[in-house]
Design a protein around this ligand. Structure first.
Ligand SMILES: NC(=O)c1ccc[n+]([C@@H]2O[C@H](COP(=O)([O-])OP(=O)(O)OC[C@H]3O[C@@H](n4cnc5c(N)ncnc54)[C@H](OP(=O)(O)O)[C@@H]3O)[C@@H](O)[C@H]2O)c1
Length: 397
């Protein structure tokens, strides 16, 4: 606020979005469009979707746009309005992450780590969708959170729900456990024998959420829920013995906090990511637009069941990696990113994703990190190991 001399209520919240062309990024721009007097987009970034980024820049007139892929910068420069600064590569993305009052990190995968660090080190509020940066980079992200002014408000619907429950329900010493809900994905209840033959299209057919391909495959294996257990531990400092997962196919209860007196506070809303995105962008003030409002007359039932860690091995692998700590979650994340990419390219079967992750983790050899370079090196080593594991399962097609 000091930068302009205006108070928060005098001017719009300035928003920077990394990953603006993706599922979360475009929904964030919907939120901005729904409350134009409240938000102003000042910077946008993507990997290489030049056309989509240029269209966004023409409509929103941000001061800065950036692409991760350096080869795309020239094409972007030619396509954006005059006066819009264009940057490229990791330095360009980091500059976007230093702009505005709130930075939405909606990039996908480990590539989001420099964005998370740049935003926090610049003392920004970080609306965090890119869970991979916190999971792989926990040991270096935690110190960056202590920068004056830096704050993470989670966008992942489960963690956004926990944030709301904790805000409403009680103090940190009163939390008994966090309960993360999981839709169960497209393969909930399926016979394990059938799962050997499932293809990419089936894995991408999520029953309740429309998301980018990587997180959708993660939802089908329950790796997404495993990553979210680690994310909850990193965000809220609750130990793993007090973080549970329950399958809830309707995706209406987004997560719950049980307090020491046995009371459970839950957050319910429609499965619409614009609600948690708007919560994180507008925090601490809620949106006026009711993206999450439920129609209680059509909501017939809410079901809950245990996840099957025998069939969905990725959930158990992630929980073990989280408990091991250090850079083990970075190896888990890297192994999973390589395995999911290989599955989407038809190089391995769905069931091999967990095998590749397990084989990657079995080679873990990274000492505790001193700095971000150590995290990047751990990610590199784990990816190399995962590629060998993928090659050993080749010839899927
Ligand atoms: N989608 C959801 O509903 C949802 C829900 C909860 C959490 N999340 C999390 O949110 C994050 C984004 O997911 P998504 O579903 O929105 O993914 P997505 O649809 O695949 O979009 C990814 C976005 O990130 C950009 N990007 C990819 N690699 C990049 C890089 N190296 N540097 C900079 N930008 C890069 C893409 O740009 P290009 O278009 O140029 O490739 C695109 O704008 C993930 O961490 C995911 O787990 C998503």
């Amino acid at each position: 606020m000091e930068r302009t001399g205006l108070s928060a209520s005098d001017r719009p919240v300035e928003v920077a979005v990394v990953g603006s062309t993706g599922s979360i990024g475009t929904q964030a721009l919907d939120v901005v469009a729904a409350e134009p007097e409240r938000f102003q987009v000042v910077a946008l970034a993507a990997r290489r979707s030049v056309e989509a980024l240029a269209t966004q820049a023409k409509a929103l007139r941000p001061a800065l746009v950036a692409v991760a892929d350096e080869d795309m910068a020239k094409a972007l420069e030619a396509a954006v309005p005059k006066g819009t600064e264009v940057l490229a590569g990791p330095a360009g993305l980091a500059e976007v992450a230093r702009r505005g009052d709130v930075v939405l990190n909606a990039a996908v995968g480990f590539a989001g780590l420099p964005v998370t660090l740049a935003a926090l080190e610049a003392g920004r509020r970080l609306a965090l969708a890119n869970k991979e940066s916190l999971i792989a980079g926990g040991p270096v992200v935690q110190p960056a959170r202590r920068t004056p002014g830096a704050e993470i408000v989670p966008v992942d619907s489960e963690h956004c729900a926990l944030h709301q429950c904790l805000r409403a329900g009680g103090g940190p010493g009163e939390v008994a456990r966090l309960v993360l809900t999981a839709s169960g994905g497209p393969f909930r209840g399926r016979d394990p024998a059938e799962l050997a033959a499932v293809g990419v299209a089936e894995a991408l057919a999520h029953p309740t959420w429309r998301m980018g391909p990587k997180v959708t495959v993660d939802s089908s294996t329950l790796m997404n829920k495993g990553l979210e257990v680690i994310e909850a531990h990193e965000l809220f400092g609750v130990d793993y013995d007090r973080i549970d997962v329950v399958v809830h196919p309707q995706s209406v209860v987004h997560s719950m906090v049980e307090f020491t007196d046995g009371a459970t506070v839950a957050q319910l809303s429609r499965p619409d990511m614009r609600m948690p995105i708007g919560y994180a962008l507008g925090y601490p003030r809620r949106l006026s637009h009711p993206f999450g409002a439920l129609d209680w007359t059509v909501l017939e039932r809410l079901d809950f069941e245990r996840p099957d860690r025998g069939v969905f091995r990725c959930l158990a692998l992630a929980e073990e990696a989280g408990r091991a700590g250090g850079l083990v979650p970075a190896w888990l994340n890297a192994g999973n990113e390589v395995a999911v990419a290989a599955f989407l390219e038809g190089r391995i079967a769905w069931g091999a994703i967990a095998e590749v992750v397990a084989e990657t983790l079995s080679g873990f050899d990274s000492p505790p990190p001193g700095d971000v370079g150590d995290v990047i090196e751990a990610d590199r080593r784990a990816r190399a190991r995962a590629e060998v594991a993928v090659a050993g399962r080749g010839g899927h097609r």
